[in-house]
Design a binder for this molecule. Structure first.
Ligand SMILES: C[S@@+](CC[C@H](N)C(=O)[O-])C[C@H]1O[C@@H](n2cnc3c(N)ncnc32)[C@H](O)[C@@H]1O
Length: 248
């Protein structure tokens, strides 16, 4: 999958994509990432990219010619397999389901990041752009949200991380992941649950599933309710598991 990121701060993006799983995904040619500096499309001697807001008010807005020329410079920008996303607090809120859908649906994702007060609205009339938010709060710029999207989609591309690692991850089936432990086996009197050391894989699977159910119930009752309804689970069986956990 190809990503193109348009930004006023290419260094922020480059720093991250040269690290960890993303850099490995690039090395394995699972993804490619092009970073376009919006400043290259700036106007005048100072390469201005923004201007004051019509109607008055504080802050600056990235101008429509800059945005238009930057998007037009991208090869195949109007192709059906290219999807343009503007990271915006006004957008549809990102979820694991949406990331999964995007990881399967598109060959090329273009991530447009704003700064200051945002971007000139007329760009939405020139291109088909989806707005996506990473949550109901306002950040200074779209770079972190773009990296969030890049990261969450990339780890869902087959071969980027071990399939087993993502299978039971939080949200992958409406449940949160169960608690995880590593060495040492005992620390300050705190022991790793014995079942995890037993080598009995079917018992371990059962234990982990019950832990996922319980963790979701305690931390995200909204998700728990959805999971019970979607999977038509027997409520008596669920109550049995909860009683067992609370007895421990
Ligand atoms: C300071 S914000 C602009 C906020 C805008 N004036 C508003 O009230 O909706 C600057 C940029 O940060 C990015 N941004 C801020 N919060 C975001 C969020 N929750 N999700 C995605 N992008 C966000 C957008 O790209 C936005 O153009």
């Amino acid at each position: 999958m190809k990503f193109t990121i348009l930004t006023l701060f290419p260094n922020v993006i480059n720093e991250y994509i040269n690290t960890s799983i993303i850099s490995r995904a690039i090395a394995k040619e699972k993804i490619s990432v092009d970073v376009i500096d919006l400043r290259n499309f700036g106007k005048g001697a100072r390469r201005n990219v923004d201007d004051t807001v019509y109607g008055g008010g504080d802050g600056m807005v990235i101008t429509v010619p800059v945005l238009d020329e930057a998007l037009a410079s991208i090869e195949n920008i109007q192709d059906a397999n290219t999807h343009i996303i503007y990271l915006s607090p006004k957008g549809r809120v990102l979820s694991q389901k949406l990331s999964e859908k995007m990881s399967k649906e598109y060959e090329h994702i273009v991530l447009l990041t704003g700064h200051y007060e945002g971007i000139d609205e007329r760009i939405f009339s020139l291109y088909n752009i989806e707005e996506i938010s990473i949550g109901d709060y306002v950040l200074t710029g779209g770079e972190l949200p773009a990296l969030v999207l890049l990261d969450t989609i990339t780890r869902l591309i087959p071969g980027v991380i071990k399939e087993d690692s993502s299978k039971n991850e939080s949200f992958s089936n409406s449940l949160l992941e169960e608690p995880q432990y590593t060495k040492p086996e005992e620390y300050k009197g705190l022991k790793v649950p014995e079942i995890l050391l037993s080598g009995n894989h079917s018992k371990i699977d059962e234990y982990r599933y019950e832990e996922r159910l319980y963790t979701t119930l305690i931390k995200r009752p909204d998700l728990f309710k959805r999971y019970i309804n979607e999977n038509k689970l027997d409520i008596n069986k669920v109550n049995e598991i909860i009683t067992k956990k609370e007895g421990n």
